[in-house]
Structure formats: structure tokens, C-alpha cells
Design a protein around this ligand. Structure first.
Ligand code: MEV
Length: 307
């Protein structure tokens, strides 16, 4: 049984979204996780995830291992006492710890594939809260935006704890994603922001409020077919993320390079400290923005149209 899940990019509002401010995210289908579950001729549940060099039987993994915990959760949910012998093949083109949602995508694809194989296919509405539980195990205090945008595979305007809202693009626009190649754990940047927020709550609440305004205006600009207005908003959002201490010299270098190459705006995306940034570009300049990102040290770029 095969299933897959896309990557994602947060357009606006990362970190502030953990504090119940709105954020916008879109799926990135150029990168994805694919999972196949098959009957096995040997006893046990065998997991193969070559990208993380994992070839192991379920029982040999700690129960809080990100992949093991998904499988154990499903077995428990379905009340399966006699576990079948399985081979689970996981492949991914989403770089790990890069802000593109690789962890949530593995959970979504794995739940989709395994639940169907076990004759309990789950709907997106059932998968989303399960993946959120797994995200909580591994990320501390996630907002839930990653699991939501990846499960539903649609653009989302997300506010923690509220029903999922999608948004439509009035006019397509092009973004160029650039990877610093530096892995960074979201859990750490989210934890650091929490400490700073506890120490200086008013200051951080004000930053989050400014970001909330940016997300609101960005949604309106996208829906009303004025995506060119996003450039300025991206620059403002990036400056606020810098104040939050979640940017890095490498991210800032890529942001500057993209702007110098004609991008209308640029910002880091996701947890920050490493991982990915993206820039808004005219279709005609997207290629040269991508080249400028590579010259400035990006390990890979993705040009994608948001429509
Ligand atoms: C991670 O993709 C986005 C953060 O806002 C964390 C979260 O929302 O859980 C940094």
C-alpha cells in the first residue's frame, strides 16, 4: 500500500503562530515523502528509511522514536493484538531539519499507508490530530500548522486550535526557496523563543502582534490578486524574526543575495537558525534569484508557483 505527503513552507507567521497568532503556509509538492507497506516473509515490522540510514525491526527501536511512535500509536488505536509481519519502506526528498516539514510529512504518509494496509483507512480529519500528537512528542509545543498544511495538502491560514481555514490565490506568484544546508531543530528555536518570551513578555507579545498584522495583510494581498505587495511584508516579517533571534548569518546572507538579485522580498521560513528561506520573484527573475542563492551558499533551491 503506497501513500505520500508533500513538504510545506510557512509564508508568514512562524513562531508567532505558537502564541496563537495567524500564520500562512502552503504545501510544496516538489519535495515529498513516499511510504510503501508490504507483507513480509520474515517475522516482525521492518522499517527501511535509507535517507536517515535506518534499517531496523520495530522492537529494536526506542518507543519514542519518531517513526516507531507512529506505528505503535496506530497499532494501539486499531486494537491490534497480533501484529502482522511487515516491510515499511520510507523514502523522502524533503531535507531533514530544514523547515520544510519532513517530520510531519513522514508521519502523514506513514499513517495513510499503514492505516489503509491494516483495513482501517483514515480520513484527513482523523489523520491531522494524530500527527499533531506525534509532533507534540517530538517538538514540545508545536502550533499544529505543519501537520495541518501537510495533511490537507492545501494553502492554510492557520490559527492554533481553530478550525482549518484555507485561502485562494487571486493571482499566482513565484517563490524561490533556498536551503542554507544547515540542519536546525525547530524544537530548539521554539524553546529559545519561549525562554525569551518568559523573560520579556511584553516585548515579545508586541512582536507577535506585529506579525499577526503582517499575516492578515498578506492573506488579503494574496486573495485580492496583489501578491507583489508580499515583498515588503516578507522583509518586515524577516526583521521581526531577526529580533526574535531565530535568524542566522547564513539565512541573512541568502536573504540579502536574493534581494540584490531582484527579489521583491525575502525571509527565513520555519523554525530558523538554519534550514530554508524563500524569496518572492517575478517569473522572469526567478532563475537569476536562484543562481544568486547558490552563489551565496545555498545547497539547493526550489522554484515554485503558488496558485
Ligand atoms: C515550524 O515549521 C513553525 C514554527 O512556528 C513552530 C510551530 O508552529 O509549531 C516555528
Amino acid at each position: 500500500m503506497k501513500a505520500s505527503a508533500p513538504g510545506k513552507i510557512i509564508l508568514f507567521g512562524e513562531h508567532a503562530v505558537v502564541y496563537s497568532r495567524p500564520a500562512l503556509a502552503v504545501p510544496v509538492t516538489q519535495v515529498h515523502v513516499d511510504v510503501e507497506v508490504l507483507d513480509s516473509s520474515r517475522p516482525g515490522i521492518w522499517i527501511h528509511a535509507p535517507v536517515i540510514d535506518l534499517h531496523a525491526e520495530l522492537a529494536s527501536l526506542p518507543s519514542d522514536h519518531p517513526i516507531a511512535s507512529v506505528i505503535l500509536k496506530l497499532i494501539q488505536l486499531f486494537g491490534i493484538s497480533q501484529t502482522p509481519d511487515l516491510e515499511i519502506n520510507i523514502s523522502s526528498t524533503i531535507p531533514v531539519a530544514s523547515g520544510l516539514g519532513s517530520g510531519a510529512a513522514v508521519s502523514v504518509a506513514l499513517i495513510r499507508s499503514l492505516s489503509s494496509f491494516l483495513f482501517h483507512p483514515l480520513s484527513d480529519d482523523e489523520i491531522n490530530p494524530l500527527v499533531y500528537e506525534i509532533e507534540k512528542l517530538h517538538h514540545g509545543t508545536p502550533s499544529g500548522i505543519d501537520n495541518t498544511v501537510i495533511t490537507y495538502n492545501m494553502p492554510v491560514y492557520f490559527i492554533k486550535g481553530q478550525p482549518v481555514e484555507t485561502f485562494k490565490t487571486g493571482k499566482p506568484f513565484t517563490i524561490v526557496i533556498g536551503d542554507t544546508g544547515i540542519p536546525a531543530l525547530t524544537k530548539e528555536s521554539v524553546g529559545d523563543v519561549r525562554l525569551l518570551w518568559l523573560r520579556n513578555t511584553t516585548y515579545f507579545e508586541n512582536i507577535f502582534n506585529e506579525i499577526a498584522q503582517i499575516s492578515l495583510i498578506a492573506r488579503r494581498s494574496i486573495e485580492s490578486g496583489k501578491p507583489e505587495l508580499l515583498g515588503e511584508l516578507m522583509d518586515q516579517n524577516h526583521a521581526l524574526l531577526q529580533e526574535m533571534t531565530v535568524s542566522s548569518p547564513e539565512l541573512d546572507r541568502l536573504v540579502t543575495a536574493a534581494k540584490n538579485a531582484g527579489a521583491l522580498g525575502a525571509k527565513l521560513s520555519g523554525g530558523g537558525r538554519g534550514g530554508n528561506m524563500f524569496a518572492l520573484a517575478e517569473q522572469a527573475t526567478a532563475e537569476s534569484v536562484a543562481n544568486a542563492l547558490i552563489s551565496a551558499g545555498a545547497t539547493r533551491t526550489i522554484i515554485t508557483e503558488i496558485s
